[in-house]
Design a protein around this ligand. Structure first.
Ligand SMILES: Cc1cc2nc3c(=O)[nH]c(=O)nc-3n(C[C@H](O)[C@H](O)[C@H](O)COP(=O)(O)OP(=O)(O)OC[C@H]3O[C@@H](n4cnc5c(N)ncnc54)[C@H](O)[C@@H]3O)c2cc1C
Length: 512
C-alpha cells in the first residue's frame, strides 16, 4: 500500500527546502523529494534581500547568511565611460538585517539542508529524499497520488497536500496540463563568475552602454570567497557556443577589468529569461511556489527572494488547515496575495528590462536622456531603472485584513510586513516570532487575555527611548495595538485595545 503523507514537497531547491523547514517547525509531517542529491551548482542567485533574511532568521539560517555573505547597501550607475550617480538602498538606520547580502545560492541551499537536518535529528517529522524524481501525479478531491522514480525502482505514495517547488520547467505543472503565460525577452546575457583579488568596493555597479560592451549593459557584484559575478548583455542574435569559449570570455573581461587584473573563471553561462506566471497558484490540493509558479528577469533579484515570501505566506495557512483550525478556503488567500505579489514583481522586472534593453530608437533616446540628466539632477534618478531591487509586497486588498486606524503610519498598515526596529528587549521581528502576535505599544492589556483557541503571543512594548519604533508604529499617536499574522504581516491595528475587535480581526485573519 502506498504510504500517505500529510505534505509532500516536490523539489529541494531553496523554495522547497524553506517550505519543508517552515512546516516542520510547526509540527506538520512533511516529505521532500528531489531528483538530485546535491545542492545547486553554477551561476544562480546571489543577491538576497532584507525580507528573506528576516524569514531566514525564523527558519534558522539568518546569522549564517549574513556572516558568510557580503553585505552591501550601495550601488553605482555608470553611463558610457562615466559614473552618473550612486545610491544607498537602506538610508534608514535601525534594522537588524541589511538591505542585501550577496551569497552563492549553493551556500544558502547548504544552510537550509543543515536546518532541515537539525529539525529531523531533533525528532521533527521531516524527511528529505534525494534521487527521487516525481514522474506521475494524479489529483483527487481529498488527496494526491504520486509515482516516484529512484535508482532502485519506482514506487507510489500519497499525500494530503503537495507543494510543487520543482522550478521553472516544473514537471508537475506539465503533468497537470497547466498554463504559464507571460513574456519572453529576446536577449542573451553572459554570466561569468570569476575568482579575483580586486580592490573594488563592496557595491553593485551597473553600466549602461559602456566602452567595453558598446550598446549593451554590464553588472558587477562581489560574492564571498573572492568570487565576483559579472553579467554582460550580448544581444539576441549570437552564437552561444562561440560566446562561451573561455578565450573569448577572457578577452571581454580584460576589456572590462583592465589587462593587469588577474582572474580565474569559475563558471560561464549564457541565459535568456521570461517574465511570466501561472494563472493560479492553488489547484485543489496542489500548491505551486517559487519558480514553478512565476518567473522574472534577474534584474532586481526578485526570483528566489519572492519565492521565500510565497512559502512564508503559505505554510502557516496550510498548517492551520491541516490542524482543522481554519477552513480550506484560507488557502485561496495564498493564491490571491502571492499572485498580486508576482504581478508586482513581473511589472517591476519587465520595466527594468525595457529600460536596460530599449526596444525602439525612441525608448533608447529617452533612456539616454534620463541617464544624462541623472548625473546632475536628482529628479531624474528615480527614472533610471537598472533593476528596482526586491521589496516585499503589501497585500492592501487582502480579505484577511481587519480594521485600520488611519491615524497610524501608512508603512505599517494592514497587509504590510512588519518593519523591524530596536526595542528594550531586542529586535522587534525577533520578538514577534512566527505565530499570531498581539503587540501593544504603551497600551494597557489585561493579564490572561482570552482570544479563543488559537495561541496568540502578547508582546508589550514601550516606545520610551525608541524613536524608530515610535516613528514606524505610532506616528503622532500615543499608543497602538497591532495584530500580526504568523508571516509577520500586519492584520489589523487600533489606537486602543478592544477585545471584541481583536477577536473578530483574528477570526478574519484565519479566513473564518
Ligand atoms: C543567472 C541567475 C541569477 C539569479 N540571481 C538571483 C538573485 O540574485 N536573487 C534571487 O532572488 N534570485 C535570483 N535568481 C533566481 C533563482 O535562482 C531562482 O528563483 C530560484 O532558484 C528558484 O528556486 P526554486 O526552489 O523555486 O527552483 P529551483 O532552484 O529550480 O529548484 C527546483 C528543484 O526541483 C527539483 N525537481 C525538478 N523536477 C523534479 C521532479 N520531477 N521530481 C523531483 N524533483 C524535481 C530540481 O532538482 C531542483 O532541485 C537567479 C537566477 C539565475 C538563472
Amino acid at each position: 500500500m502506498p504510504v500517505r503523507h500529510k505534505v509532500v514537497v516536490v523539489g529541494a531547491g531553496p523554495i522547497g527546502l524553506a517550505a519543508a523547514i517552515d512546516l516542520a517547525q510547526q509540527g506538520v509531517e512533511v516529505l521532500v523529494l528531489d531528483e538530485n542529491d546535491r545542492v545547486s551548482w553554477g551561476s544562480r542567485a546571489i543577491c538576497f534581500a532584507k525580507r528573506p533574511l528576516e524569514i531566514f532568521d525564523r527558519l534558522g539560517c539568518g546569522d549564517a547568511m549574513v556572516e558568510k555573505g557580503v553585505v552591501w547597501n550601495r550601488g553605482k550607475v555608470f553611463f558610457d565611460a562615466r559614473q552618473v550617480y550612486d545610491f544607498d538602498l537602506l538610508p534608514e538606520e535601525d534594522h537588524k538585517r541589511p538591505a542585501f547580502v550577496n551569497l552563492q545560492q549553493y551556500h544558502l541551499e547548504h544552510y537550509l539542508v543543515q536546518c532541515l537536518q537539525a529539525l529531523a535529528d531533533a525528532g521533527s517529522p521531516v524527511t528529505l529524499r534525494g534521487r527521487n524524481r516525481v514522474v506521475d501525479l494524479q489529483t483527487a478531491e481529498h488527496g494526491v497520488s504520486l509515482e516516484v522514480e529512484t535508482p532502485e525502482g519506482n514506487y507510489r505514495l500519497e499525500a494530503d497536500w503537495v507543494i510543487a517547488c520543482d522550478g521553472a520547467n516544473s514537471p508537475i505543472r506539465a503533468m497537470m496540463n497547466l498554463d504559464f503565460r507571460g513574456r519572453m525577452f529576446e536577449d542573451n546575457f553572459l554570466i561569468a563568475d570569476v575568482i579575483m583579488q580586486a580592490d573594488f568596493p563592496t557595491e553593485r555597479w551597473f553600466w549602461f552602454d559602456p566602452p567595453f560592451n558598446r550598446g549593451q549593459s554590464a553588472l558587477l557584484h562581489k560574492q564571498p570567497d573572492g568570487v565576483w559575478r559579472i553579467d554582460l548583455q550580448l544581444g539576441w542574435d549570437i552564437d552561444h557556443q562561440l560566446e562561451k569559449q573561455p578565450e573569448r570570455v577572457i578577452k571581454r573581461l580584460q576589456a572590462m577589468l583592465g589587462e593587469t587584473v588577474k582572474f580565474e573563471l569559475e563558471w560561464i553561462s549564457i541565459y535568456t529569461f521570461q517574465c511570466r506566471r501561472m494563472e493560479r497558484f492553488r489547484h485543489g490540493r496542489v500548491l505551486f511556489a517559487g519558480d514553478a509558479a512565476h518567473q522574472v528577469s534577474p534584474f532586481g533579484a526578485r526570483g528566489a527572494n519572492s519565492g521565500f515570501q510565497d512559502t512564508d505566506n503559505l505554510c502557516w495557512k496550510l498548517a492551520l488547515v491541516i490542524a482543522g483550525k481554519a477552513p480550506e478556503s484560507l488557502l485561496d488567500s495564498y493564491d490571491l496575495e502571492r499572485v498580486q505579489a508576482a504581478d508586482e514583481n513581473i511589472l517591476n522586472s519587465s520595466r527594468s528590462t525595457d529600460f536596460i534593453t530599449p526596444k525602439s530608437e525612441t525608448s533608447r533616446l529617452f533612456r539616454d536622456a534620463v541617464l544624462d540628466l541623472s548625473e546632475h539632477y536628482a529628479f531624474a534618478r528615480p527614472l533610471v531603472n537598472s533593476g528596482r531591487l526586491s521589496l516585499p509586497a503589501i497585500h492592501d486588498a487582502s480579505p484577511l485584513n481587519g480594521p485600520d486606524d488611519p491615524g497610524l503610519p501608512a508603512k505599517t498598515r494592514p497587509g504590510a510586513p512588519a518593519v523591524d526596529a530596536p526595542t528594550s528587549d531586542g529586535w522587534l521581528l525577533d520578538r514577534i516570532g512566527g505565530g499570531f502576535t498581539l503587540m501593544a505599544i504603551d497600551c494597557d492589556l489585561p493579564d490572561g487575555l482570552d482570544l479563543g483557541p488559537t495561541p496568540v503571543t502578547v508582546v508589550r512594548i514601550s516606545k520610551n527611548g525608541w524613536s524608530a519604533l515610535a516613528e514606524r508604529y505610532l506616528g503622532a499617536a500615543t499608543s497602538a495595538v497591532y495584530l500580526l499574522r504568523p508571516d509577520q504581516h500586519i492584520a489589523a491595528r487600533w489606537q486602543a485595545y478592544d477585545p471584541a475587535a481583536v477577536r473578530t480581526a483574528l477570526a478574519r485573519a484565519m479566513g473564518r
